[in-house]
Design a protein around this ligand. Structure first.
Ligand SMILES: [Zn+2]
Length: 205
């Protein structure tokens, strides 16, 4: 995996920051290790570490931080970066809590995507100049009938490259869309929807 870091000017980044002055917070190897551990901890073995996970999969971030620090020597900043840049959108941090979005073996009620086959987070690559209006007005189909969404950030970048060499990538909270009654369809490798309101969209690249 690529390293994650922070820059005073560019903010959080994956790989290297644009201005080149950013500092690496966690290297790629460590990131992979901690990601795996975090995913196992929240999905499969919280009890082995005395971690309390509620029925929606949430654990207190400070508890998770303590466990991760003891085991891997990294803290809140690393966890937040790992969660935010996770290529599969596995983690969610909200109000001082953290959870895995899907893939649990412990009994939780977070698996909305189960059965419907729709990942909790989908991605959309686009020309950077479109981002502002999309974040304001939502994602509408352009020349197509439907909005096309990708399963991975890599796929979204590939799609976006048709429009710009360095496309912007938007993360779409498909889990919340489904929960709120909006439709997302799986069509082979792509996912489609009629319209994505701005509240479900976040720019990640
Ligand atoms: Zn920078």
């Amino acid at each position: 995996m690529k390293p994650l870091g922070f820059c005073e000017r560019c903010g959080k980044f994956e790989g290297s920051c644009k201005c080149g002055r950013g500092r690496i917070v966690i290297n790629g190897k460590k990131r992979e290790l901690v990601s795996k551990f975090l995913s196992g901890l929240l999905r499969h073995f919280p009890h082995s570490f005395g971690l309390k996970v509620d029925e929606e999969g949430w654990a207190r971030l400070e508890d998770v931080e303590r466990i991760v620090r003891e085991r891997h020597g990294v803290g809140r900043r690393e966890i937040e970066l790992i969660a935010e840049f996770d290529p599969k959108g596995r983690f969610e941090i909200r109000d001082g809590r953290i959870r895995a979005r899907y893939g649990h073996s412990i009994k939780v009620e977070v698996d909305w995507s189960e059965g419907s086959d729709i990942p909790s987070v989908l991605y959309h690559g686009t020309h950077p100049k479109n981002v502002e209006s999309i974040l304001k007005e939502g994602l509408r189909p352009m020349r197509r009938r439907e909005v096309h969404l990708s399963e991975t950030i890599g796929d979204a970048i590939e799609v976006g490259r048709r429009y710009h060499p360095n496309p912007a990538v938007l993360a779409i909270d498909a889990e919340k869309m489904l929960k709120d009654g909006l439709k997302v369809r799986k069509k082979g490798k792509v996912y489609t929807t009629d319209y994505v309101p701005p509240e479900y969209i976040k720019r990640i690249i």
